[in-house]
Design a protein around this ligand. Structure first.
Ligand code: ATP
Ligand code: MG
Length: 330
């Protein structure tokens, strides 16, 4: 197993070392390949990521990624988008699950669902024209794209013995009729129970009744918006991990960015990055991944938490405590 480790910029350089310490605690065979990519690299060399970097990433099985500060250069191509495209990471997966004792905007803690967002097409097709009086972007929905994302979501629903909710706006956007039809067909063929929701009602319902959902599948833009909104259900940006999954590769990153305002102080919350390690281990089919949840529950109870959660622990202290718990309970 070769793992590319990209700390990136800002707090990426704090939370990823903490996450790597946790990964190491499992004692699994990993060949870690560190890569310097991002804003700092661009400042130093004029390029945020080179073609050789991309080749090295392709020689790995998975990527653990911190955050990259956007480079203020009109010609800059997002490193994330490039990697997503090159590795064909078509499923963006965000588990939304509260940690014990941390209450988000809904005031509830009885929910546990996953948003599966189509990551390659929809309104992010990149087919657009920008003009003085007219600008447009083509929204592309394909049968193949809808099939593979709904298959991913159905596999997940089966594993969780859960229900699939298909989120769309097919009453207005006729292109969503194809997405909805394909998702329904896939769910039927997998024998997965399913329902569907219009995206606007879904936004309301997710805040009011997050406990009603299990696996949510949707198109690119809707998934982008809903999944950030759902970070508020969990309580802190520092707690939400994400995965980008393809047929061959997987890429794990915390939902938060490089947070320049707190970078370098050692106070960033590494739990999102540590939960990325959990997703990586799950992707590898390692049942011991669930030890990470137990470790985090233990830390929260002992108040070994960073300032964003009202504690006084440093990034490194939290990483160290999780790693220690795992070594003692493995
Ligand atoms: P970027 O441009 O890289 O996305 P940003 O300024 O948008 O950076 P984010 O990382 O998206 O910053 O975070 C927004 C705010 O949330 C930050 O100001 C930061 O204080 C807080 N935050 C984000 N991640 C964490 C974390 N892991 N621990 C503590 N606070 C965090
Ligand atoms: Mg940001």
């Amino acid at each position: 197993m070769r793992l590319a480790v990209i700390e990136g910029d800002g707090i990426g350089r704090e939370v990823i070392p903490a996450a790597v310490e946790v990964l190491d605690a499992f004692g699994l065979e990993f060949e870690k390949v560190p890569l310097e990519i991002g804003y700092a690299r661009w400042e130093r060399t004029g390029t945020a990521m080179s073609e050789e970097d991309m080749e090295i990433i392709k020689s790995c099985n998975a990527v653990l990624f911190g955050a990259v500060t956007t480079v203020p250069d009109p010609g800059y191509k997002s490193v994330l988008l490039t990697i997503r495209k090159e590795l064909d990471l078509y499923a963006n997966v965000r588990p939304v699950k509260p940690l014990s004792g941390v209450v988000g905007v809904s005031g509830r803690s009885d929910f546990d669902f996953i948003i599966v967002r189509e990551n390659t097409e929809g309104l992010y097709s990149g087919i657009e024209e920008i003009g003085h009086d007219l600008s447009w972007t083509k929204r592309v929905i394909t049968r193949k794209g809808s099939e593979r994302i709904s298959e991913y979501a159905c596999e997940l629903a089966k594993k969780r013995s859960g229900k699939l909710t298909i989120v769309h706006k097919s009453n207005v956007l006729k292109s969503d009729k194809l997405f909805l039809d394909v998702c329904r067909e896939t769910a039927s063929s997998y024998g997965v129970e399913y329902g569907d929701m219009l995206v606007d009602s879904m936004a309301y319902s997710l805040i009011m009744h997050p406990e009603k959902y299990d696996v949510v599948v949707t198109t690119n833009l809707f998934g982008d918006i809903l999944s950030d909104m759902c970070a508020a259900l969990v309580g802190s940006l520092g707690l939400v991990p994400s995965a980008n999954i393809g047929k061959k590769y997987a890429f794990f990153e915390p939902v938060h960015g490089s947070a320049p305002d707190i970078a370098g102080k050692g106070i960033s919350n590494p739990l999102a990055a540590i939960l990325c390690v959990k997703m990586l281990l799950e992707w590898m089919g390692k049942p011991e991944a669930r030890l990470i949840d137990a470790a985090i529950a233990d830390l929260l109870q002992k108040k070994i938490i960073t300032p964003d959660l009202g504690g006084r622990a440093s990034t490194a202290e939290v990483g160290n405590a999780v790693a220690k718990y795992i070594m003692q309970n493995l």
